[in-house]
Design a protein around this ligand. Structure first.
Ligand code: BGP
Length: 503
């Protein structure tokens, strides 16, 4: 039986990590543009300034102190400003994706290219025109766009003037933006994702949040998936509620503009295992998993589940629902569940409050090897998660991120032999095939992350590469931006050509 004939093979990217052109053609500033470079030892930072001139920095998951504004500083390097310059290389890149045989390309629209401040009355025509050119180019090559409307993207102005997603006004601004792109691209784009990884968003970077408690910042933790600093949890949950209402309203608006649109909700759903069969490990893992599934439960079941309050209780938080919110969540669920899967995590009752490299709570798994960044490699975990999610939601699944961040070496003759990446992808594709064939789980498609090298979201490095296409660019922005095909390029091309039969 194998993969269905219409299986959507492709790759995935995001504007803030790929496009560059951060201030071109009227684009406004996004918080992502304020994030400095970093590496494994030195986390990325955002500088801020108070009106009285005092300055400080915050880490990626943190709130900005109330009254301060994110700023750019001379002498610092900002990887998103050029990234790997899709803005000027889109034709060349799309031709390479077509050469690999892509049926679909996941990319995000930059909110501040369309509405530079976020609350503008009229969109920026130059921004809209850019994506017209991109989608036309893709369609000419027979590649379907899968468009993320919001991928780690936050107009600085909406954070400064409104306090980000904690403010309900953001729902209207997001809807204005979403409706504008639905209308403009109604004949070019069919597959949409409303928000990237709803369940890991937090702080200033992705939600634009500010907080009085954050003024003592400086030493707090940085970006950790699934982790929530207590002082900021209430703000975060309320902001995410607004975002989920906005996502449901976007589903509504989309179907009015084009009933054929397929709307996806997207979450980070790498799996969780208990460390042992000790009941506290087993229930601990189960409860930890629900912190991620809480959001897909709301987006697909259309209501907060019974256990939501037990999570909110941990942070002393009470959700404020406005009249009509419950009906909106119920009435406009998403059509498909898109998710990222990179690894699994082990829940261990003794180290439940520690974090590991890779940004997820957990203990080491002695049965699995890890990437150079410490992320466990677990193809079977993907089959497990595909089953778990289909059992729970009975909605078509789309794996819109998967892959291995690795250092690549360019040989003297220019070749790049990334067999480790091929092994990783082969294992995961095999696991998807088993889920389809043996478990009868409907999977729409597979778009490995960073199919061309782009900036790492977590560390800001270029050295952490996921691509099948190499881009000559280093961690500090030095490089020719020249593209070259890695060994995995030819391997994946063959996989697509044989519809996953020959791995
Ligand atoms: C996901 C994000 C992506 C991407 C990926 C890999 O959480 O949706 O934007 O970056 O993780 O993470 P990293 O870039 O930190 O290796």
């Amino acid at each position: 039986m194998g993969f269905p004939q219409n299986f959507l093979w492709g790759g995935a990217t995001a504007a803030n990590q790929y496009e560059g052109g951060y201030a071109e053609d009227g684009k406004g500033l996004a918080v992502a543009d304020l994030i400095t470079d970093g590496n494994k030892e030195q986390p990325r930072r955002i500088f801020y300034r108070f009106p009285d001139g005092r300055e400080g920095t915050i880490g990626l998951g943190e709130c900005i102190p109330a009254g301060a504004q994110g700023i750019l500083k001379d002498d610092y390097y900002y990887p998103s400003h050029v990234a790997t310059d899709f803005y000027h290389h889109y034709k060349e890149d799309i031709a390479l994706f077509a050469e690999m045989g892509f049926k679909v390309l996941r990319l995000s629209i930059s909110w501040t290219r369309i509405f530079p401040n976020g609350d503008d009355q009229q969109p920026n025509e130059a921004g809209l025109a850019f994506y017209d050119k991109v989608f036309d180019e893709m369609l000419t090559h027979g590649i379907e766009p899968l468009v993320t409307i919001l991928h780690f993207d936050m107009p600085v102005h909406l954070a400064t003037a409104y306090g980000g997603w904690a403010n309900r006004k953001l729902i209207d601004f997001y809807l204005r933006y979403a409706s504008t792109v639905f209308q403009r691209y109604r004949n070019k784009v069919k597959y949409w994702v409303t928000v990237n990884e709803v369940n890991v968003l937090g702080g200033y970077w992705t939600l634009g949040l500010s907080n009085d408690a954050a003024s003592e910042a400086g030493s707090k933790k940085s970006y950790n998936q699934g982790e929530t600093p207590d002082a900021e949890a209430g703000l975060k949950f309320q902001a995410l509620h607004h975002l989920m209402v906005a996502s449901a309203l976007a589903n509504k608006a989309a179907k009015i503009i084009n009933p054929d649109f397929q709307m996806g909700a997207m979450l980070a759903l790498s799996g969780i295992y208990p460390a042992t069969c000790h009941p506290e490990d087993v229930f601990g893992a189960y409860a930890f998993r629900r912190k991620a599934l809480l959001f897909s439960d709301v987006l697909f079941h259309g209501e907060y589940p019974n256990y939501a309050q037990s999570i909110f209780d941990e942070y002393g938080f009470t959700l404020k629902m406005e009249q009509g919110d419950a009906e909106i969540l119920k009435a406009y669920p998403s059509d498909f569940l898109a998710f990222s899967y990179y690894r699994t995590t082990v829940f261990d009752r003794f180290s439940a409050n520690t974090t590991t490299t890779g940004g997820q709570q957990g203990a080491p798994n002695p049965y699995l090897q890890t990437t150079a960044w410490g992320w466990p490699i677990d193809p079977d975990g993907l089959r497990y998660v595909l089953n778990e999610l289909y059992d729970r939601y009975q909605k078509p699944l789309f794996i819109v991120e998967n892959g291995m961040g690795a250092k690549d070496t360019v040989n003297a003759d220019g070749t790049i032999e990334d067999d480790y990446r091929i092994d990783y992808l082969r294992g995961h594709i095999r696991a998807i095939k088993e889920a389809i064939e043996k478990d009868h789980v409907p999977v729409m498609g597979y778009t490995p992350w960073g199919c061309i090298d782009i900036v790492s979201a977590g560390t800001g490095e270029m050295a952490k590469r996921y691509g099948m296409i190499y881009v000559d660019m280093d961690d500090k922005g030095h490089g020719t931006l020249k593209r070259s095909r890695k060994k995995s390029f030819y391997w994946y091309q063959h996989v697509i050509k044989t519809n996953g039969e020959e791995l």
